[in-house]
Design a protein around this ligand. Structure first.
Ligand code: DC
Length: 227
């Protein structure tokens, strides 16, 4: 059977990665988390002091961007892929609020997107992938055979994200998480390069009132229709 490319885009914290991971597992495809790549670049900026307050040193980042290598390596303990930044496992660090609060301005930089899109397209050459992000169906794989655009109400997304962060031991509040995700949505939707927007041929999935099982069933049905 011919393999296809599945692009899953949508707002922050609406469960894209959970659904993309599960779908990939069920159909034997490779899951790629493009947001993790922008998070890893952001961590690089923080570690190398490229931020001064909210100001990013674009000149230095431009010089460094070619040397930033992001890879995904399967973790035998969890069975999931971990994100590596220049050979170091940064999976845990990139998920905290420190990175979340700085990632949108980094992801809005044109030359950062250009480099990430190039790396993402290389990962999709063989097809058989499920990639989630913001511009996968519009910019990275405009010819993807199946495109899904996921959303849910901001309050439901903030509550889900808060529970995840608390489970990881992070000390934060509902208001902070809600503010972070609505700010990210705004920056992501209004930036010039690769803005978050629904591809014309994407299927919209609002999962505000869906369980994870119901959501997976809908995705599997869409996949079966396509192939
Ligand atoms: O999906 P996520 O929340 O881990 O993504 C982190 C940030 O990266 C998010 O604020 C938007 C940005 N992003 C992007 O601009 N393009 C993508 N393809 C994926 C993520």
């Amino acid at each position: 059977m011919n393999k296809i490319v599945i692009a899953i885009d949508g707002h922050s914290s609406c469960g894209k990665s959970t659904m993309a991971k599960e779908l990939a597992k069920q159909i034997g495809y490779t899951y790629i988390d493009s947001g993790a790549m922008y998070r890893a670049v952001t961590l690089f900026c923080l570690q190398n002091k490229l931020f001064s307050g909210d100001t990013l040193d674009l000149e230095r980042l431009k010089k460094e961007i070619q040397s930033i290598r992001i890879t995904f390596v399967k973790n035998p303990e969890t069975g999931q892929s971990d994100t590596y930044l220049n050979g170091k496992n940064v999976e845990r660090e990139i998920r905290g609020m420190g990175v979340a609060n700085k990632v949108s301005p980094v992801a809005a930089v044109g030359f950062v997107r250009e480099e990430m899109v190039k790396q993402q397209q290389a990962m999709g050459l063989e097809k058989g992938i499920v990639m989630d992000g913001r511009d996968i169906g519009t910019v990275v794989f405009p010819n993807a055979e199946l495109k899904i655009f996921v959303t849910a109400s901001p309050e439901i997304r903030a509550q889900r994200r808060l529970e995840e962060l608390i489970a990881k031991g992070e000390n934060t509040s509902f208001e902070d998480v809600l503010h972070n995700l609505t700010t990210r949505d705004h920056i992501d939707s209004t930036r010039k390069d690769g803005p978050l927007k629904q591809a014309e041929d994407a299927v919209v999935l609002d999962n505000s009132d869906l369980t994870i099982t119901e959501q997976n069933q809908q995705l599997l049905a869409l996949f079966s229709e396509k192939i």
